[in-house]
Design a protein around this ligand. Sequence first.
Ligand SMILES: [Zn+2]
Length: 97
Amino acid sequence: MRESFENFTSIFKRTSKTAEGASFAAERPCQCSPGWPALETTANGYVLPAEASSHYSLMTNPDLGPFVARCTGCQARYPHPWVIPPGAPMPFDWAHD
Ligand SMILES: [Zn+2]
């Protein structure tokens, strides 16, 4: 378990940066009121909308992929399942798979 957690942590550190190299999401609770007003995620330097959900999608599952969602207000990392909503602009090759 510890080894897989460290693997995930290294993936997270590598992929959760903005194009400018800043940390995309902060490891702390949301500080907004009400909490989690809206979510967003990043991929390949683009910012995409994200949506809270009862389950992860194949792309957003942290066990499978590197994507993280954050609060649009305070940039805290969203710790619950989320998805990229249907109809979101997805200018990536993987969006067509
Ligand atoms: Zn917030």
